[in-house]
Design a protein around this ligand. Structure first.
Ligand code: FAD
Length: 485
């Protein structure tokens, strides 16, 4: 029997990859009738870094770029084949680089998130990949600007920025474990088709949205499951102006913004309003949201279909059912556009997200938990790392007087772990406060703060709590970060 025939026979007998090795056979005979399989120990190759960032999404891209720009030898571990995360898969537009000045007569217009987040927009502008910061002409009680992006160009531009900054970018790589030394992380396990490897580093940033690294490290967390999950469809072959005229004829355009579309300025890039009773009744049944944005003439970027997962977003099997349900809803959504909305008669599903987007996975316990009062009262802290002024529940909840609140460094330090920071949707337990801190531009700002802090800690051989705030603030200011005071 040659090797190929042997493998084929083993396959027929249902014996897996370990077949043929003495160790594998022993393990198999020990466990074949039990409910557990004991994995044999393995020696893993080690790579050494100053900073490891887990998750190359909205926050992670910025965190890794910031760390590398501080001179830290930085690795980014991202399970998908591209960076960008939920900003490229779920959001309608990037909220928000500005305070809500338009809703508060007399309030001063301020761009409150700058730094690397703004650099991404500058680069997208050069390649026609954004509407720019398009001021809302209507609906500015919700936001003052709409910054829509071309999701595919975002992936490319951020990938290039990471590489140019010197980040060792590991895409298609799963972060699969943490190697602990007491309450310090010594390294992480990275798993890809190149094999399992250990990545050692001095400081770590968890930007996985799910809080995978924090959980592997033994951090305290909750899984609130307090939001619907969502997939979003990009709908192609639509006539935006005809679509807008139809909405206008219904007499209730609630939001509109004009910006760059297919290279031309002053074009509609955001429209919201009711599309008729029949449409709305059917849209409600599939959890479809009504805001449309675009940066291209014949395309609606993010038509969202929401679904509250029964069970938990951490369960593979609960999510599998939800993935199918939402795919059915997305097909229905396109059908509704074709049926009811002039300009969309020949619309088709041009893109979907590769998987369901969560609004919150694990909520990681940090040294400070931002409250809703902090947000709406516009509180700042003596260790602010950024300012932010957007609330996704506006106009019901807004930051007082169109101002900003601060995100403090302590809100990004994981309780009980010496060298781990988190950025993104994993912070802020209060659902209403989270409706502000979880938004893309906030996550990007948190990314710059945590990446910079992690790099400084690595350079100084200190833990996250030992880093002097003055040094962090100075480095952030040098990196273009805006502080309110
Ligand atoms: C449907 C939806 C609509 C939204 N709409 C808006 C909006 O219009 N405007 C707005 O500003 N905000 C919006 N938000 C909120 C905002 O988009 C997110 O909160 C924000 O993008 C989250 O950023 P993040 O960095 O925490 O996570 P993500 O951007 O999701 O990044 C996490 C990354 O980690 C990777 N990852 C996860 N686990 C692992 C692992 N074990 N190993 C390796 N990689 C891993 C993922 O692949 C991903 O790339 C929306 C969110 C959703 C879900």
């Amino acid at each position: 029997m040659n090797r190929r025939e042997f493998s084929k026979r083993m396959l027929i007998l249902g014996i897996g990859a370990q077949a043929g090795s003495a160790k594998g056979n022993q393990a198999r005979s020990r466990n074949q009738f039990g409910n557990f399989y004991e994995e044999p120990a393995k020696k893993l190759p080690v790579r050494k870094f100053d900073v490891v960032v887990a998750g190359g999404g909205t926050a992670g891209v910025v965190a890794a770029t910031a760390a590398a720009r501080q001179g830290a030898k930085t690795a980014l571990i991202e399970v998908k084949g591209y960076p960008g995360g939920t900003a490229t898969e779920g959001g309608t537009a990037l909220h928000s680089f500005y305070n809500l000045w338009k809703a508060f007569p007399g309030a001063k217009k301020r761009q409150v998130v700058r730094g690397i987040a703004q650099e991404i927009i500058d680069r997208l502008l050069k390649v026609g990949g954004t509407s720019g910061h398009a001021e809302m002409s209507k609906g500015y009680n919700y936001d003052s600007v709409c910054t829509a992006i071309d999701t595919e160009m975002y992936k490319l531009v951020t990938f290039e920025m990471l590489v140019e900054s010197g980040v060792f970018v590991c895409v298609n790589t799963l972060l699969a474990g943490a190697i602990m030394d007491g309450s310090r992380i010594r390294g992480v396990i990275a798993e890809s088709r190149s094999g399992r490897e250990a990545f050692y580093a001095k400081s770590f940033v968890d930007c996985t949205a799910y809080g995978d690294l924090a959980a592997f490290a033994g951090a305290d967390y909750k899984v609130p499951n307090d939001y619907a999950c969502c997939n979003s469809v990009g709908i192609g072959n639509v006539d935006i102006d005809k679509y807008h005229d139809f909405m206008k004829s219904k007499g209730r355009i609630e939001q509109i913004a004009f910006g760059i579309r297919s290279g031309e300025p002053d074009k509609i890039v955001r429209v919201q309003g009711p599309r008729g009773q029949a449409f709305s009744a059917e849209a409600n049944k599939i959890g479809m949201s009504s805001v449309t944005t675009t940066v291209h003439d014949n395309y609606l970027m993010f038509i969202k279909c929401n679904f509250k997962v029964p069970g938990t977003v951490l369960s593979r099997d609960d999510m599998a059912k939800a993935e199918l349900e939402v795919r059915k809803r997305m097909a229905k959504a396109v059908e509704l556009f074709r049926k009811y909305v002039p300009g969309c008669e020949k619309a088709f599903m041009a893109r979907t997200s590769p998987k369901l987007c969560i609004r919150r996975g694990r909520l990681i316990t940090c040294d400070y938990d931002i409250t809703h009062e902090d947000v709406i009262e516009g509180r700042h802290f003596d260790d602010d790392v950024m300012a932010y002024g957007f609330h996704d529940s506006a106009p019901r909840y807004q930051v007082k007087n169109g101002g900003t609140y601060g995100i403090p460094y302590r809100a990004l330090r994981v309780a009980g772990i010496e060298n781990l920071l988190v950025a993104g949707m994993m912070i802020t337990s209060d659902h209403r406060a989270h409706m502000s801190t979880r938004n893309t531009v906030s996550c990007m700002g948190q990314g710059q703060a945590t990446g910079t802090a992690a790099a400084l800690c690595a350079a100084k051989n200190c833990e996250t709590r030992e880093l002097r705030y003055g040094e962090l603030r100075k480095a952030l200011q040098q990196g273009g970060v805006y502080f309110e005071s």
